[in-house]
Design a protein around this ligand. Structure first.
Ligand code: SAM
Length: 425
């Protein structure tokens, strides 16, 4: 059994490293060494070695509030962190403790790993998992990660494994002079794992690398302005700025769910693109910058479920998780994909290449038609602008406690602790 599990770990590490161009051999070695099944005792051991996120706790509405993240994104973020033996590392979001164990494997006995979680229950479980896997040296504390963990500061590396809308002043204060801070940063509904370093003693923190990701949101005092509205089991709407006038609120959940179950108005875009181009290639970022009503519809599809809960077929990513759209009170429009374009229905119909599907939009509700037209216009504008995406994108973070102000021409996102400047070079 042990040999079998070691082989599964080897396979997972090889796949993750190759598919995501992980450059750090230390990270690859950690994936090969750390027994993930001991951090997911509720699963049959072999199932822990799939490259999948596993939800480990949900709130009363059924929304995930803790998970073991997908190994691929953990490896990407560990690579972004530029981990090395001897470093002192703080993790926000201990969850199962597995990622802390990966980090601990890299920083070794001379290093130090501290991981905090807001949930006492999860802290207890993480401590148990770490002890069973031989990582007693990792300190797990129950705290709101917004405060960092001053008792073991300063840190050479700080990582959040939960989605944030801001950089907490405490993290920056607890960071050593040459520190790197890696967080899943929400840019109005599009989340990017951003690796920040100080540009200089008085300068901003600047992004050294950006990678797409999709983490559950931080709870507690640093919870962002985004709102997750549960429309039905497995179907939720993420509204990036739930405080914007005219934005749908939690009280609109029933009405929105009713609209989505009803008829929709289709609108063509004439643009061919697939989930990779749209989700990873920047349409989400484009909407974040140009469309204050942008939203994200998240679906949790059970295995084998092709249909989902919607009356129009949304454009779905490789793992099925939802689509982009725009929403206001009284209406919603989402991005759709005509995967069967030009094919005669029937058993021999060929699904078109997912990456070259024709994008459309579908509007729901009394405001559905104009919203579908607006969303289609944004898709065309993104296409005509050359489909700007991650290449050449920069995010600079200006702590409010320090100057100077961001240069003109960037998208400015104001948060309580930080002013973010987002721009292409
Ligand atoms: C995706 S899970 C982390 C996965 C974890 N690193 C692992 O390897 O299993 C996100 C975690 O962040 C925690 N969290 C949410 N808000 C938090 C906060 N304000 N402070 C600390 N932890 C928080 C959640 O309880 C959850 O366990």
């Amino acid at each position: 059994m042990d040999a079998e599990l070691a082989q599964l770990r080897e396979g997972l590490a090889a796949r993750v490293v190759a598919a995501n161009r992980i450059s750090s051999e230390r990270v690859a070695a950690a994936l090969r060494a750390v027994p993930r099944h001991l951090f997911l005792p509720g699963l049959p051991p072999h199932a822990a070695y799939r490259d999948e996120a596993i939800v480990t706790k949900r709130d009363q509405a059924g929304q995930p509030i803790s998970s073991s993240s997908q190994p691929a994104i953990m490896a990407i973020m560990a690579d972004q962190l530029d981990l090395a033996p001897g470093q002192r590392v703080l993790e926000i979001g201990a969850g199962t403790g597995y990622n802390a164990a990966l980090i601990s494997h890299v920083v070794g006995a001379q290093g130090q790993v501290t991981s905090v979680d807001i949930d006492p229950d999860l802290v207890e479980r993480a401590r148990g998992h770490l002890a069973r896997a031989g990582f007693e040296a990792v300190t797990v504390a129950c705290a709101d990660g917004a405060e960092g963990y001053s008792g073991r500061a300063p840190y050479d590396r700080i990582i959040a494994t939960v989605g944030v809308a801001d950089l907490a002043p405490a993290w920056l204060a607890q960071a050593a002079p040459q520190a790197r801070v890696v967080v899943p940063l929400d840019l109005r509904g599009t989340q990017l794992s951003a690796a920040f370093e100080r540009a200089g003693p008085a300068g901003p923190w600047v992004s050294r690398s950006l990678a797409p990701c999709g983490f559950m949101r931080m709870r507690g005092s640093l919870a962002g302005p985004e709102l997750v509205i549960t429309l039905a089991p497995g179907l939720s709407l993420l509204v990036p700025d739930g405080t914007r006038p005219g934005a749908p609120g939690v009280a609109d959940a029933g009405a929105l769910a009713g609209l989505l179950a009803g008829p929709s108005v289709p609108h063509p875009t004439g643009v061919r693109a697939g989930p990779a181009g749209v989700f990873w290639g920047g349409l989400g970022l484009w909407l974040a910058v140009h469309e204050p009503r942008s939203c994200r519809l998240n679906e949790e599809l059970s295995p084998g479920d092709q249909g989902g809960l919607l009356t129009a077929a949304p454009l779905r990513g490789a793992r099925g998780q939802g689509t982009l759209g725009i929403a206001e009170r009284g209406g919603l429009a989402i991005l759709t994909a005509d995967l069967w374009a030009g094919a005669e229905p029937g058993p021999s119909a060929q699904r078109v290449n997912l990456e070259t599907a024709v994008l459309g939009t579908a509007g729901f509700g009394p405001r559905g038609a104009p919203l579908a037209a607006d969303l289609a216009a944004q898709v065309r504008a993104w296409d005509q602008a050359g489909r700007p995406g991650l290449p050449g994108l920069h995010v600079d973070a200006y702590p409010r406690s320090a100057g100077p102000d961001p240069a003109a021409g960037a998208l400015i996102i104001e948060r309580p602790g930080t002013r973010f400047a987002v721009y292409h070079d």
